[in-house]
Design a protein around this ligand. Structure first.
Ligand code: DMJ
Length: 871
């Protein structure tokens, strides 16, 4: 916990949900970083760390942990540590005392994980109690029915290594069985796998498929299992999946999730950050061109936001704003540099390091980004930061002689732990006879791309990689907001829905007629809102029903996109005074009244506690808060009342701190402070909200340093400006006469009228609003005036919000000349073809209505599932 400078102990901090399943009170970070120490040539420290692990770590805790995380981080960490310990011992200088103790520990852990595989399918339960195993009442786990594909398919490297190191074959057998089952269950026509699977029945629970979250390392382990174990069947499986990925998911430079049954249908219009590992895997496969393309696209996104947001849309807007310092992009950068030798990738690595130092480095480590848009931090440094990020960035810049062993003799696990390749010829007792699949002859074309070799791939052409990157240089800056790409494509190929969701008007009789034909009915709710429901069976024909389905899908996408856009992003409280100097950035909730920090310059000032602390009456210490940012405790009266009281006392801003002890933005969703139902135009100062944990960081700082200066803004400011002396507190300025003429902390208080910011409670509705009221509602369609609304009705939308829909964005962007040619063509083409092909079928052949209906239900279920998942 790099902000509070403590370790995170499970049960001692508020639960963060699934994320905490990686924590088993087993010194996760220490184990996960063992082999990093050797890579960084910290041999002495490695020796100390191994002794600490052997002395302190207990694997028998009554804690429920994730099988997947424990395998890749702890088992992998112990095996990576063991691999390098025996290497060092053999060299004769360090670790001479070592007697396979880490391996024994790994074996003990391996046996603890085995009960998870006690299912008829052989797929492991997702969680296990380290002390009590599975299904016993005291285990508090074993009732789960589903697991993710990556969770069940990312075991073979660690388990096989454990078997081969120890001679106990059972581990490799279990991991192989799980992989065999997944392979058998792949969707046979697309050769894709879904995101989650029922561990008892083998049914796909989530039928969307990509290369990111939930599936990623399943593919990685098929290819790497071939490399480590030399078993052709793994390569054949990988190649079969890879072919499907390149056919359906790869839409260069994007990688987009699709449905396993309908792989031409995109399942999302956004990508998650985990897929950034994929270019690295493509390098291992030897398919360099798409690796360069996707990596370049990701780099453009990073340059825009300093880090890769957890998810971003196809037009490169932030979808999920946090960034837990994930290493995948650094990993791909390392592999691309190894493959191409192009110094460009060193520049990329330099940018990554600079951004980490500039925006994430805090006094006790590196803090995850809570929100890349504001630069605010989360009190979290996941173990993969030291296990992977440090390792890959170091290796990127290391020369061969910087590393005390030959890194080429090892393979990286998904957590970047090192396993020696000589394991492929050791204890090979588990052969293909244990696998259930039968294999056809390998298609030679699958191997066209394998074995990257710079001599063959880049014969005397150092500019090869650059020539692939060049057309993508502006892909992010010049992109236009898009709708559903595949739907656009379907228009290009001749089909279209007669009515686009973005054009729909609930009062247009022609539109209503079209809806009726498509089996879509409107339900007028009592409060004036309208809901859309589709019954395919009521459609005039199967083609109309299919159009209706596409219309509804567009509506879902449009609605969820608009709701994302309407969310008011959180704000940042940055501590700028000594010794923080801008390093600590706290995530703050905005207010629906007062100065809007996104439109105005930030407000900075020293903080002062108000009296009474809740700020619910006239302050008794106005002299203390005058010209300062007042700290007020939440509770007892409305937020607006507190704001008025501190403003009357002369405060230039306010921070409300939650009175609910222990609350934190890590565990609770941020919210906006609402007004009091009255006119709040009189409140001119900015107001922000901090949960108790973030608030106590400021209160602790006051106790320790007395004078604490903060910056309230929509995005954390560059530390260089802060360090230049602009915000050095007075007691430091006084001690340095040369700095006395520097600009003093300002108490800027912009007093512009904020009438446009009044909250509209009806704006949280996502159902259709009658057209008559749309004008009134459109006043509220400015994103700043809307609350952080939950998305609970993804299939409906407010027409008033359609004024800022993608069509309009397209046009605006076109007029500004910012669209890429491709975007323009796409737009023009879709318009032309819409006009000239009024009744063309979307699909290839017309299916019988029953089978279409069954398919639709599946699609709709999948969409609903994904929407839920997104929530
Ligand atoms: C790591 O723990 C592993 O790389 C895993 O496969 C997925 N990603 C995280 C870090 O982002």
């Amino acid at each position: 916990m790099p902000l509070t400078c403590r370790g995170r102990v499970r049960g001692q901090e508020p639960s963060r949900g699934d994320v905490d399943d990686a924590l088993g009170k087993f010194s996760l970070t220490l184990i996960d970083s063992l082999d990093t120490l050797v890579v960084l040539n910290k041999t002495k420290e490695f020796e100390d760390a191994v002794r600490k692990v052997l002395r302190d770590v207990n694997l028998d805790n009554d804690v429920v942990v994730s099988v997947f995380e424990t395998n890749i981080r702890v088992l992998g960490g112990l095996l990576g540590g063991h691999s390098l310990a025996i290497m060092l011992k053999e060299k004769g200088e360090y670790m001479q005392w070592y007697n396979d103790e880490l391996l024994q520990m790994a074996k003990q852990l391996g046996y603890k994980l085995l009960p998870a595989f006690n299912t008829t399918s052989g797929l492991p339960y997702p969680r296990i109690n380290l002390k009590f195993g599975i299904r016993k009442p005291e285990a508090r786990t074993g009732t789960e029915t589903d697991t993710c594909t990556a969770c069940a398919g990312t075991l073979i490297l660690e388990f096989a290594a454990l078997s081969r190191f120890t001679g106990a074959t059972i581990f490799e057998e279990y991991a192989r069985k799980a992989l065999d089952f997944l392979w058998e269950k792949r969707q046979r026509s697309s050769n894709l796998v879904g995101v989650t699977i029922n561990i008892h029945t083998g049914d796909w629970v989530r039928k969307d498929s990509g290369v990111g979250a939930g599936i990623d390392s399943y593919y990685e382990y098929l290819l790497k299992a071939y490399v480590l174990l030399g078993d052709d069947s793994f390569l054949e499986r990988f190649n079969t999946h890879y072919d499907a990925i390149m056919r359906y998911i790869s839409q260069p430079p994007l990688l987009l999730d699709v449905h396993i049954h309908k792989p031409m249908l995109n399942a999302r219009t956004w990508m998650d950050a985990l897929l950034a590992f994929f270019p690295g895997l493509q390098v291992l496969k030897g398919d360099i061109r798409p690796a360069i393309e996707t990596h370049e696209m990701l780099y453009q996104v990073i340059k825009k936001h300093n880090f890769l947001p957890e998810a971003f849309t196809t037009d490169f807007r932030v979808h999920w704003a946090q960034h837990p310092l994930r290493p995948e992009f650094a990993e791909s950068t390392y592999f691309l540099y190894k493959a191409t030798g192009d110094p460009y990738y060193l520049e990329v690595g330099k940018t990554l390091i600079e951004n980490l130092n500039k925006y994430a480095r805090v006094p006790c480590g590196f803090a995850a980004m809570k929100d890349v848009r504001t630069g605010s931090h989360e009190d979290r440094m996941d173990s993969f930061f030291l296990a992977e990020m440090f390792k890959y960035l170091y290796l990127l810049f290391a020369d061969k002689e910087d590393i005390i062993f030959d890194i080429e003799d090892y393979i990286f696990t998904t957590e970047a732990h090192l396993l020696p390749l000589w394991l492929s010829t050791t204890n090979q007792s588990i052969s293909k006879k244990n696998t259930t699949s039968e294999y056809t002859e390998l298609d030679d074309s699958n191997f066209d791309w394998t074995c990257p070799n710079t001599q063959i791939l880049f014969p005397n052409d150092p500019l090869y990689a650059q020539s692939i990157r060049e057309p993508l240089k502006n892909v992010v800056d010049k992109s236009c907001p898009r709708g559903i790409i595949r739907v656009e494509e379907s228009f290009r190929s001749g089909a279209k829905p007669p009515l686009r969701a973005r054009d729909f008007m609930a009062t247009n009789p022609e539109h209503l007629e079209i809806l009726k034909k498509m089996g879509v009915s409107l339900i007028h709710l009592k409060d004036g809102r309208v809901q859309l429901v589709q019954h395919a069976i009521q459609a005039a024909s199967s083609i109309d029903a299919e159009d209706g389905l596409r219309f509804m899908q567009e509506m879902i996408e449009l609605s969820s996109q608009q709701q994302k856009e309407q969310q008011l992003p959180p704000r940042a409280v940055q501590i700028v005074s000594h010794p923080f100097f801008g390093r600590v950035v706290l995530t703050a909730g905005p207010a629906q009244f007062g100065l809007d920090l996104s439109k105005h310059k930030e407000t900075r000032g020293f903080v002062a506690s108000s009296k009474p602390s809740n700020g619910c009456s006239e302050l008794t210490n106005p002299e203390a808060v005058m010209g300062k940012i007042a700290l007020i405790q939440r509770g007892q009266c409305m937020f607006a009342e507190k704001a008025r009281n501190i403003q009357n006392a002369g405060a230039i801003g306010g921070i409300v701190i939650d009175d609910n002890e222990g609350s934190s933005s890590d565990t609770a969703p941020l919210f906006q402070m609402a007004g009091d139902g009255k006119d709040t135009d009189d409140i001119k100062i900015p107001m922000l909200f901090l949960f108790s944990k973030e608030g106590s960081i400021i209160l602790d700082a006051i106790r320790e340093y007395e004078e604490v200066e903060v910056l309230l803004s929509d995005k954390a400011k560059d530390r260089a400006a802060i360090l230049k002396g602009k915000m050095i507190p007075s007691y430091i300025i006084n001690s340095n006469p040369e700095m006395e003429n520097e600009e003093q902390p300002s108490s800027e208080n912009d007093s512009q009228n904020q009438s446009g910011e009044q909250i509209s409670s009806s704006s949280q509705e996502v159902d259709l609003v009658d057209q008559e009221s749309s004008e009134e509602n459109s006043l509220n369609s400015h994103p700043e005036s809307l609350s952080l609304a939950d998305m609970d009705n993804a299939a409906s939308i407010s027409p008033s919000e359609q004024t800022s829909n993608p069509t309009e964005n397209h046009e605006t962007t076109n007029l500004n000349g910012e669209c890429t040619d491709l975007d323009n063509q796409l737009q023009e083409q879709s318009e032309t073809e819409e006009d000239s092909n009024p009744n063309v079928s979307w699909g290839k052949k017309v299916q019988p209505i029953d089978s279409i209906l069954a398919d639709w239900n599946e699609d709709i279920e999948a969409f609903e599932m994904m929407e839920k998942d997104e929530l």
